[in-house]
Design a protein around this ligand. Structure first.
Ligand SMILES: [Zn+2]
Length: 169
């Protein structure tokens, strides 16, 4: 394991940057509440490395060569998404739960802030406004989320990952 994760798991956890090949992993790490930016498909390797360094992020990459370039990189060896999540969360040694309450915006990695019903009235369907129990809004892209936005399949998958991470510890 790369040095430094242990220190950074105090507080909000390590800040991460996923390379172009790890877009799904990036999105799912956000469900788990990790601050994870996506490099995008157009960024060159050198730019990705420079961004990770400039923003103080660990670079997660599936590219062995890119992983070898800097000290704050993690080579993701797994290919399937669930395996990747188990691999990364296991190596980060973070306490993870199948719970979307601490999530970041899955679309853009912004922080989600609690909203009252009257703050989201224009942004959600009327049946949701009547029935949903709580709302959050991404402070970056302004998307509104509510329980059910992501459905039970996501929570079930998160639980499978958590169970595997805990077994492998
Ligand atoms: Zn967002």
């Amino acid at each position: 394991m790369a040095p430094g994760f242990k220190e950074e798991r105090q507080g909000p956890g390590p800040r991460l940057l996923c390379d172009a090949m790890l877009g799904s992993l990036c999105r799912w790490l956000r469900f788990f509440g990790l601050d994870c930016e996506y490099a995008g498909v157009e960024a060159a390797d050198a730019e990705v490395g420079a961004r990770a360094e400039a923003e103080g992020r660990w670079l997660l990459t599936a590219d062995r060569e890119l992983a070898g370039r800097g000290p704050r990189t993690m080579l993701v060896r797994s290919v399937e998404l669930e395996d990747q999540l188990v691999e990364v969360l296991g190596r980060l040694r973070l306490e993870v739960r199948a719970d979307l309450n601490g999530s970041r915006c899955s679309e853009c990695n912004g922080s989600l802030v609690e909203q009252d019903r009257d703050q989201v009235g224009d942004d959600v369907p009327s049946y949701v406004l009547k029935t949903a129990e709580r709302f959050t809004r991404c402070e970056r892209c302004q998307r509104v989320f509510w329980p059910g936005t992501h459905g039970k399949k996501i929570l079930a998958r998160m639980q499978r990952v958590v169970d595997r991470v805990n077994v492998e510890r």
